[in-house]
Write a protein that binds this ligand. Structure first.
Ligand code: 5GP
Length: 187
């Protein structure tokens, strides 16, 4: 996405288990004519009960072929799987939302310096762990994701993001709406 693009690029990042996916889905459902959510590619297996369109689920060969052809705005390896944002083409007049990890957020800020970065945090480590468990990840994955989350919280602070603590979904969505509207108007 070139820096002179009309669309505001909103990067929502934060450690696993903070409820990023739920909050972003709710935000986009409330404002479908304003916000456009990019659908990522991943090589991770689909979780039991996860929507078939949560990602474009692909194998490593397909992912690496797309890397080679320059078809990603950003991509990263997260716990042994690739995740990436295909070069986005939001409909005219819509602001673009990416829900990605901090490695991806760093790459987007390099190429799109006026992107808005929002970093979501869980109210407590206990709540984050409970959310990861509810999601159906096996226990060893929960442990890996919690370790990764601590690293990510540090990295997010360094990126100078707007930090929102996700205590209650409706309230978080309203705070995000306000931050995005302010950035969108200032363009
Ligand atoms: P999960 O496996 O829980 O769906 O996602 C793991 C991590 O990858 C989360 O932090 C999620 O935000 C991130 N992620 C999802 N899509 C992308 C993407 O396209 N690019 C990057 N860099 N990270 C992504």
């Amino acid at each position: 996405m070139p820096p002179e693009s009309e669309s505001l690029v909103v990067v929502v990042s934060g450690p696993g288990g903070v409820g990023k996916g739920t909050v972003v889905a709710e935000l986009v459902a409330r404002f479908p004519d304003w916000l456009w959510l990019s659908r990522s590619w991943t090589t991770r297996e689909r979780r039991p009960g996860e929507a078939a369109d949560a990602y474009e689920f692909v194998d490593r060969e397909a992912f690496e072929a797309r890397i080679a052809s320059g078809g990603f705005l950003e991509y990263a390896e997260f716990l042994d799987n690739y995740y990436g944002t295909p070069t986005p083409e939001p409909p005219p007049g819509r602001d673009l939302i990416l829900e990605i990890d901090v490695q991806g957020a760093r790459q987007v800020i390099e190429t799109t310096p006026d992107a808005l970065l929002i970093f979501l945090m869980a109210p407590s480590a206990q709540e984050q762990e409970a959310r990861l468990r509810r999601r159906g990840d096996p226990p060893e994955k929960v442990a890996q994701r919690l370790a990764k989350a601590a690293e990510e919280a540090d990295a997010g602070a360094e990126l100078g993001a707007s930090v929102i603590v996700n205590v209650e979904i409706d309230d978080t969505v309203k705070q995000m709406e306000a931050v995005i509207r302010a950035a969108s108007k200032s363009r």
